[in-house]
Each structure stands twice: as C-alpha cells, then as structure tokens.
Design a protein around this ligand. Structure first.
Ligand SMILES: NC(=O)c1ccc[n+]([C@@H]2O[C@H](COP(=O)([O-])OP(=O)(O)OC[C@H]3O[C@@H](n4cnc5c(N)ncnc54)[C@H](OP(=O)(O)O)[C@@H]3O)[C@@H](O)[C@H]2O)c1
Length: 309
C-alpha cells in the first residue's frame, strides 16, 4: 500500500493526499486523548506515508496543538506539514469567542508555536471568520511580516460556509495560498464557484469534513444518537436523519460491494481536479490506518500529482 502525494497549489509543497484532522484531539468528539494515544496515531500515520496534520487554536484551548507538539518534539519536525488556524478563543465545550484583530492573532501565533513546540507553522489559516473580520489590511500585513520573519511558511483561508466565493477570490490579494473547505459526497457546493476560483488562482485545496462528520463512513443508521459530549449530539436532528438516509442510498447505488465506505468517500473527494488533500478527523490508530489505505483508490493523472524533480 503506497501513499500518494500532491503539490499544494502555489505553495509548491509536497503533501500526502490523506491528512490527519485533529479537532478530535481537543475533546469535543465524545472522548479525550492521552499523549500516548496521540503519539500512536501520528506515529502510525507517518509510517503509512502521511505528512499532513490539520489543527487549530480552538480545538480545546490550544490542547490539540499541545498534543501534536508533544509528538513532534520526539520526531523530525521537517518531515511534517503542520497546518493550524487563528481567530478564536476557546472557553469550554463548543464555546468560543472571535479574536481576529492583528494584535490578538499575533498573540495566538506565539501560543500556537509554543503549544506545537516548533519555531514555524507550515500553513496558518484564517479560521472560518466573517468577511468583515477578513477585510482587515492590518491583520494581513502583520501576517506577511510573520512570513518574512520565518514563523509562518504559508498563509491559508478556511472558509466557514463552503460557498464563500468572496474570501476565495480575495486569496491572491492577501497572499493566502490555500483554501480549506467542506467538501464531500453529500455536500458538493464548492464545485460551482469556489473550486473554479481555486483552480484559476492556483490555490491548494484541503477538503475538510470529507466523511460528513463520520456519517459517510456508513456505520451509522438513520436515527443514530450521539453522546452529550460529542459535537454530533448538537447537529440538527432532521438534517442528520436526511444525511443518513442519503448515505444508505449512496451505499446501495455507488459504493462497490465489499468496499469500505469511509475509504470510498475519501477517494471520492480526491477525484476533483481542484482538491489537493482530504483531512479526515481521526480518533484511533485503526482509523488512521483505514484512512491511509484510501490512497490505494486514488487514480493517477491528477493535475496536482507530485512528480519528483
Ligand atoms: N472551520 C474549520 O476550519 C474546520 C471545521 C471542521 C473541521 N475542520 C478540520 O477538518 C477535520 C475533518 O473534519 P471533521 O473531523 O469535522 O469531520 P470528518 O473528517 O468528516 O469526520 C470525522 C469523524 O469520522 C469518523 N471516522 C474517521 N475515520 C473513520 C474511518 N476510517 N472509519 C469510520 N469512521 C471514521 C470519526 O468519528 P467516529 O468514529 O466517532 O464516528 C471521526 O471523528 C477536523 O478534524 C479539523 O481538523 C476544520
């Protein structure tokens, strides 16, 4: 089984098509994580060729970053492409407040570097903020300076709504080189406008929520109930029911017999020409193994396929 790699748009960086999403490490998905568990998940991911981690300032109060930092300090930092985000202060389970001013973000950057136990972040992403928060020249000028200082390698934008064409189109102007966006078999909205703009600007694309929060794994039946400390407990019940009914149809009509549906769903998102990598959230060694194995279903000939120089 071999991992596949792509060029992350104009960053020119080599990233595995399967990444590791780590909102889960912050403890809002029905379980908390020990350093040892995180070490085993990331270590196994690395053995399987994964080099891309996505985290954020508000997955716990820099908690997910701290667990990743605990792993990175005993590994070779340069083997990993670490993406994190800015713009919120975590307070308690699913409760955050906005912090997008230049001075607040500078403070968060230093807190993220400290938590990650590193002196640079590969990709620093504007985290699902409003267009008003985005339209702040002081913020982007400050970030440019941090790039020049070497604390940040590349800037990116994680768009909150997956049809936010405004922030996507503004990417080149603010020197943001990557879009992170919800894209999966149940939600294809970016195909209309966001992806064409990404292709035109030569942006890298990280497809988040590629398993539709786990619903697309096929293991949940309509009416599934989640623990109170699992973010899915708060999902709109009607919408979740509708998604799980669609998943049953898709499984019957589109997923080859005997194929693991989560792997199928990841490979599905990776087919689009705009998409560089998927970043499925991961809770166990078994899941990182299964997700890495999805690379075997990813076809050749993608426009961003990595070719050794
Ligand atoms: N605004 C933003 O920028 C933003 C927002 C959301 C997410 N993200 C990022 O995107 C990442 C991915 O999104 P997400 O975690 O929300 O949703 P997701 O990747 O669609 O779903 C993750 C969930 O699917 C289940 N799963 C994972 N691998 C599986 C496998 N092989 N087989 C079966 N089930 C599996 C796990 O939950 P169970 O096992 O409990 O079902 C896991 O918690 C996040 O971790 C985060 O890094 C960013």
């Amino acid at each position: 089984m071999t991992m596949k790699y792509r060029r992350l748009g104009k960053t020119g960086r080599k990233v595995s098509v399967i990444g590791i999403g780590t909102w889960q490490f912050g403890g809002e998905w029905g379980k908390s994580f020990s350093q040892d568990e995180v070490n085993r998940i990331l270590g196994r991911g690395k053995e399987l060729g994964i080099n891309l981690i996505d985290t954020a300032e508000c997955y716990g109060d820099h908690l997910s970053e701290r667990l990743i930092g605990g792993y990175l300090k005993q590994d070779r930092r340069e083997d990993w492409f670490v993406a994190t985000k800015f713009g919120h202060q975590f307070h308690s389970h699913l409760t955050r407040t906005d912090r997008y001013s230049a001075s607040d973000v500078l403070e968060q950057l230093d807190a993220s570097l400290k938590a990650l136990q590193t002196d640079y972040i590969d990709l620093y992403q504007f985290h699902s903020g409003s267009n008003e928060a985005f339209d702040n020249d002081e913020l982007w000028t400050m970030l440019d300076k941090q790039v020049q200082a070497g604390k940040i390698r590349h800037l990116g934008t994680s768009i909150g709504k997956n049809d936010n064409l405004y922030q996507t189109e503004q990417s080149s102007r603010v020197h943001s080189e990557v879009i992170q966006v919800i894209y999966n078999r149940l939600d294809r909205k970016p195909e209309d406008k966001v992806f064409p703009s990404c292709i035109e600007q030569h942006l890298g694309v990280l497809a988040r929520v590629p398993l539709a929060s786990g619903y697309l794994s096929g293991k949940y039946k309509p009416g599934a109930v989640f623990a109170a400390n699992d973010v899915r407990h708060n999902h709109d019940k009607e919408a979740a029911l509708d998604k799980l009914k669609q998943v049953e149809e898709i499984r019957l009509n589109e997923v080859p017999q005997g194929m693991d549906m989560a792997q199928w769903a990841l490979a599905w998102s990776l087919k689009h020409d705009a998409v560089t990598s998927v970043i499925p959230g991961c809770k166990s060694v078994e899941q990182v193994e299964s997700n890495a194995a999805a690379a075997q279903w990813v076809g050749e000939g993608h426009p961003q396929a990595w070719e050794e120089a």
